[in-house]
Design a protein around this ligand. Sequence first.
Ligand code: RP5
Length: 174
Amino acid sequence: MSQILSPSETIQAEDAVRVGVIMGSQSDWETMRHACDILDELGIAHERRIVSAHRTPDRLADYARTARSRGLHVVIAGAGGAAHLPGMCAAWTSLPVLGVPVESHALKGQDSLLSIVQMPGGVPVGTLAIGKAGAKNAGLLAASILSLADPELAARLDAWRGTQTAAVADIPVE
Ligand code: RP5
């Protein structure tokens, strides 16, 4: 379902790939994998790339500028620290960009959160929570966006939510 492209490969998404999951570093993967897990669970084809706003700025520009023409509908971008990746991605594309603040060591992700959420008016990034919950919800929000034009996905998303609801116990156990 997912497509993993090596950094050296020409950026070329398959037609079916609708979500791009990008992250600033390999070290972000432990967080961003939770977005990919949700996309896999819901049967949403996606690609995963390491794209750094600071270390690989040209790769970011290429990726974001071609995202729509390559068939992507949503980009999920996760980064930590001075987390410019989601904002710079949104500067290059008018696709929905969902930003995931990765939990940093120094400031526990508050730096990441503020870097991502405080976009100037005119260039939006939909900012999620810090860390795993944010990555998971980014996957779910991407699914929700795609479900607007995909009734079968809407049904899978509703079923996923129903399963989650059914799994909540009435009474806490020791
Ligand atoms: C950011 O710097 C990345 O998104 C990552 O969260 C952080 C640290 O990167 P590494 O030094 O672990 O590669 O660009």
